[in-house]
Design a protein around this ligand. Structure first.
Ligand SMILES: Cc1cc2nc3c(=O)[nH]c(=O)nc-3n(C[C@H](O)[C@H](O)[C@H](O)COP(=O)(O)O)c2cc1C
Length: 340
């Protein structure tokens, strides 16, 4: 925790991080989280030459409070390394976040290329084996933070096979200790929505909590109104969401590497597929739903914690509430255990 505080000196503890969600985490959300003492990640994804994304990104310096900075998230498998390097050199974010490389060789190429830059490198992984490959492979010395993503809960894309942060975070923490990598912090992503979740991941050994789904439903999010309303109106995400490749196939993003699926709210598209509706027919219905902005069929990426999202709030309030509630939960536990 102390290490993250040192690297990101404008932040407050416990550190709250907003995930780099492509098409959701634009400059407004990123700046609002960082200005509230968290660390906001801008979701550049694979849109590294999209003029709207680049122009939004370029507004960040004017939105940020003095001394605050932000992170920049890349979806590696579909991004051009030269574009990522030049964006990072130009904007000098405090951190970059790599997710979903096509293979180990691509990740190592990226890690080695970023060695020369003074931006800290975060890599999102969803198993202990993946964490070990990242650390021990070429360029592993560059890694500053491992984002342990519990794919069993996390909203959006993640490995089709993966557990939750409850076991993943401590095992990755132990791995780092075994390898003597005291320079690497672990942060937890997946299923954290309120201060209780933040307190829990701190107890597991995480230095910070990363939230995606909670920030979809904030005032500064780029998510459409229908998407946000669906998130706020959903409950019981363990059965109300599913990780599947179906949604990517329907929305034309089936190019994701085979081991990834997107966790999203179960909807009519999914139910039709279960009933045996052919994928081309389902895609046709999806395309019609796009024209109506009809979220009974459209994909709403969200995690199993979706039921804990009760209202759309300003991002700063979310960050402050998370910190206050986490501290209170930890204090209360200490009192109950007779430690205070
Ligand atoms: C709508 C949405 C979009 C996402 N897009 C990205 C992305 O572009 N890049 C990325 O690294 N992770 C992305 N993620 C995954 C997050 O990084 C994070 O692992 C996840 O949101 C954590 O779980 P939670 O949603 O339960 O908080 C996305 C998540 C959501 C909900």
């Amino acid at each position: 925790m102390a290490q993250l505080q040192q690297h990101y000196p404008w932040t407050q503890t416990p550190l709250i991080v907003s995930a780099p969600m492509r098409t959701v985490s634009g400059a407004a959300l990123t700046a609002a989280v960082s200005n509230a003492g968290g660390l906001g990640f801008f979701g550049a994804g694979y849109s590294l030459s999209d003029s709207a994304v680049l122009s939004d990104l370029s507004t960040l310096p004017t939105r940020l409070s003095p001394g605050a900075s932000y992170g920049l998230g890349f979806l590696v498998f579909r991004s051009d390394l030269r574009d990522a390097l030049s964006l990072t050199t130009l904007h000098r974010p405090a951190a970059v976040w790599f997710f979903a490389p096509a293979d180990a060789a691509q990740l190592h190429e990226w890690l080695c290329a970023f060695r020369a830059l003074d931006t800290r490198v975060w890599v999102q992984v969803s198993s202990v084996r993946e964490a070990e490959q990242v650390l021990c492979g070429q360029g592993g010395g560059v890694v500053s933070v491992l984002v342990a993503q519990g794919a069993a809960d996390a909203g959006g894309h993640g490995k089709v096979c993966g557990g939750s942060v409850i076991a993943l975070v401590p095992e990755v923490v132990d791995l780092l200790a075994e390898k003597g990598r005291t320079d690497v912090a672990v942060v937890a992503a997946g299923g954290v929505v309120d201060g209780r979740g933040v307190a829990a991941v701190l107890a597991l050994g995480a230095g910070a909590a990363v939230l995606g789904t909670r920030f979809v439903a904030c005032e500064e999010s780029e998510a459409s109104r229908g998407f946000r309303e669906l998130v706020v109106g959903s409950a019981d995400g363990g059965v109300g969401t599913v990780r599947t490749r179906l949604y990517d196939n329907l929305r034309g993003t089936g190019f994701w590497p085979a081991e990834y699926g997107g966790r999203a709210i179960i909807n009519e598209s999914f139910r039709d597929a279960e009933k045996g509706v052919a994928e081309d027919k389902n895609a046709e219905l999806y395309a019609q739903a796009v024209t109506r902005n009809d979220f009974t069929r459209l994909t709403a990426f969200a995690g199993t914690g979706v039921g804990l999202v009760k209202e759309v709030l300003p991002a700063a309030s979310i960050v402050e509430n998370l910190r206050t509630q986490a501290r209170e939960v930890l204090r209360q536990q200490a009192v109950e255990l007779g430690l205070l």
